[in-house]
Design a protein around this ligand. Structure first.
Ligand SMILES: [Zn+2]
Length: 441
């Protein structure tokens, strides 16, 4: 795939995926239309060599895999993982606030968001709602208002002369966005009615008896863009970590195109990484192990000890934990170690941490460097300054849960966890080239 095509597809994916639910829906659609068969966890499975499958959990996490011709216990799996969620503002269960003649929505902060960039943006709403239909059945739907419906206005500098020196943000008081004026049509605003109307307008669902729950998030309506004098950069919300989801997705789609000659490859994209991964569909939960157990049980011959086959398979497998890294910021270059400052458009970054905040070992590093060499993809390395703390990823969590050799990699970015992040426009494509080679082995 050409870089231009890759970036166009990436921008479209970012735009279509304001929430983990939408990202999962997009990936499912792409995989199913490429011939991946949808499996339901509650059904029995009949896996066949040469076929490709996809399974989702909670509508926000997804595992896609291809079944090779051999025995997975003797071939192992090429696994890769990323996460579908990004820090943001989430509506509270009873969100309606009426303050100073305005209609506002109360919000919670999801994950470690950089809050200042959320002010003065044209925000929209998207997410999932649950409801009972008039015939008594329970159903759910994804909603996306698409157009700007809200803003969190800054306080003018005249009313806070210290704003540029020491403005802090109180998440309870400062973040509720404004949606309407109460002397206008919103006088009798009902949240229930607002959601019902959206279900009718967006999904043609008219027979709602009762709303039963919602997970709705605010997002920036500014579309992703290629930016810079020579379009060196990609600017978008949720580059962490939808960029890596897209890289993994493209790798899986390429594998499927290879047909039955492909071996065992697997992509997992988990929700809830930004809040610690401890959930039924998060990386600390049993989703991946459950799928692997069923795969081994299906494909091991009669009388084979599946527990042993599972351990043999994992010993022969590798897990690429794909998540963004911190590029050297020109205004804050001293925030990086002098010998480990990843730069944009110089290729994926191997992330290393002595304290296992990243799961990379010299062994997994060697395998990835060798892989990148084969396809002429340059590689950089990152280690945090010794006097600073370090972020983490699903890498150490998956390595701990499965005992699989793991490497943490990702493209360099600026402004991680801002409402708009920046990455190099070559790096995603370079990483995708390496991941395609990895899955194609
Ligand atoms: Zn991340």
């Amino acid at each position: 795939m050409e870089k231009h095509t890759f970036n166009e597809g990436l921008l479209k994916f970012l735009q279509q995926s304001p929430t983990p639910f939408h990202a999962t829906q997009c990936m499912l659609a792409a995989l199913e239309s490429a011939g991946f068969e949808l499996l339901r966890e509650e059904d029995t499975w009949e896996l066949k060599a040469g076929r490709a499958y996809v399974v989702e959990r909670n509508g926000s996490s997804i595992i896609a895999f291809t079944v090779g011709a051999g025995d997975p216990a003797t071939t192992g799996l090429q696994m890769a993982g990323a996460h579908t969620d990004s820090p943001c503002l989430k509506l509270k269960p009873n969100p309606v606030m009426r303050v100073a003649g305005t209609l506002q929505f109360a919000v919670e902060v999801y994950g470690g968001a950089l809050l200042a960039p959320w002010f003065d943006r044209d925000l929209s709403l998207a997410g999932r709602v649950e409801f009972r239909r008039k015939d008594g059945s329970l159903d759910s739907a994804l909603l996306n208002w698409r157009r700007p419906v809200a803003m969190v206005p800054s306080l003018a500098i005249h009313l806070d002369r210290e704003a540029n020196q020491n403005r802090s943000i109180n998440a309870q008081r400062d973040l509720p966005p404004v949606l309407a004026l109460l002397d206008g049509r919103a006088k009798d605003f009902s949240f229930d009615e607002f959601v019902r109307q959206a279900l009718a307008d967006q999904c043609n669902i008219e027979d709602v008896d009762r709303l039963l729950g919602h997970e709705l998030y605010l997002y920036d309506t500014q579309p992703p863009s290629l930016l810079g004098l020579h379009e060196e950069f990609i600017a978008s919300a949720r580059l962490d970590n939808l960029l890596s989801c897209y890289v993994g997705l493209q790798g899986m789609l390429a594998t499927q195109a290879a047909g039955s000659s492909a071996g065992f490859s697997l992509l997992v994209c988990n929700d809830h990484e930004e809040v610690g991964s401890a959930s039924a569909c998060g990386a600390q939960g049993p989703f991946l192990r459950s799928v692997l157990t069923r795969l081994v049980a299906q494909l091991s011959g009669e009388g084979v000890d599946t527990a042993e086959a599972m351990e043999r398979m994992i010993r022969r497998s590798l897990f690429l934990s794909v998540d963004n890294a911190h590029g050297v910021h020109p205004n804050f270059a001293d925030k990086h170690d002098g010998n480990h400052g990843p730069q944009f458009n110089r290729g994926p970054v191997i992330k290393i941490n002595a304290n296992q905040r990243y799961a990379t070992s010299s062994r997994s590093e060697a395998l990835f460097r060798e892989l990148c060499d084969r396809v002429a993809v340059p590689v950089q390395s990152f280690v945090v300054r010794s006097d600073m703390g370090c972020g983490s990823t699903i890498g150490p969590i998956t390595a701990t849960g499965l005992g699989v050799d793991t490497i943490d990699i990702g493209v360099p970015t600026w402004g991680m966890h801002s409402i708009r992040e920046l990455a190099g426009s070559d790096d995603g494509w370079l990483l995708a080239t390496a991941v395609r080679e990895y899955f194609g082995r």
